[in-house]
Design a protein around this ligand. Structure first.
Ligand SMILES: CC(C)(COP(=O)(O)OP(=O)(O)OC[C@H]1O[C@@H](n2cnc3c(N)ncnc32)[C@H](O)[C@@H]1OP(=O)(O)O)[C@@H](O)C(=O)NCCC(=O)NCCS
Length: 180
């Protein structure tokens, strides 16, 4: 899959070093569940993703430089035709809209190819960068759970954002540029 500036293709074991280049950095982990990963831990993550059914894991490749700049995943959750998305961009490539561009592709894949009814994203309430990506793409804030998770030694708030297939279809009608 391609956007104006990215190629999105399935994650493979050969991507371990490029993914570890950002997964090993402390600046990407403050608001996510895991700590910076060693190369072996990144390889184990790729193995887990590859062996899980009902999941699409994609890497983002910059079309201009050919660099792997991040990953985005969408996986089936629950018994009601729902899915969840997650994404990470190398700090060197953040702030340029790559996450927004890639998550838009994941939403299109989820709704238009996989046929999900509802797609959610869960995030630490302090994760402003992630929240802005979701709001920019038109997901609705459905929940703000207060102090509901104990992560990395402290109680944290969690936000839940969601979009329905109908809402995605309506976005495509109202502003064709949004989902493209
Ligand atoms: C969350 C994360 C992926 C967001 O990355 P990001 O670079 O901030 O997101 P984008 O690439 O969409 O860039 C958005 C910024 O680029 C700017 N931008 C520049 N060019 C742009 C373009 N063509 N299109 C859209 N935005 C553009 C936007 O204005 C925005 O700036 P703002 O946040 O100040 O409003 C990143 O912070 C990250 O990897 N964090 C660690 C992992 C993580 O927390 N993942 C989410 C778990 S829920």
């Amino acid at each position: 899959m391609r956007t104006d500036r990215l190629e999105l293709r399935p994650l493979t074991p050969e991507d371990a070093e490029a993914c570890n280049a950002y997964q090993s950095l402390p600046e990407i982990t403050p608001y996510i569940y895991w700590e910076p990963r060693s190369l072996d831990e990144t390889k184990a993550w790729i193995d887990r993703v590859a062996s899980s059914t009902g999941a699409d894991a994609l890497v983002m490749i910059r079309s201009d430089t050919g660099e792997l700049v991040g990953d985005v995943g969408i996986w089936s959750v629950g018994d009601h035709n729902g899915a969840e998305i997650g994404y990470t961009v190398h700090p060197k490539h953040q702030g340029q809209g790559f996450a927004t561009e890639a998550v838009r592709v994941a939403l299109r894949l989820g709704f238009e190819e996989r046929g999900y009814h509802r797609i959610v994203a869960r995030l630490d309430a302090r994760n402003d960068a992630s929240r802005k990506v979701l709001e920019r793409l038109g997901l609705r804030r459905e929940a703000h759970f207060v102090s509901n998770e104990f992560v990395k030694g402290e109680w944290t708030d969690e936000l839940v954002y969601a979009m329905l297939a109908d809402e995605w279809a309506q976005l495509s009608v109202d502003s064709p540029s949004v989902p493209s």
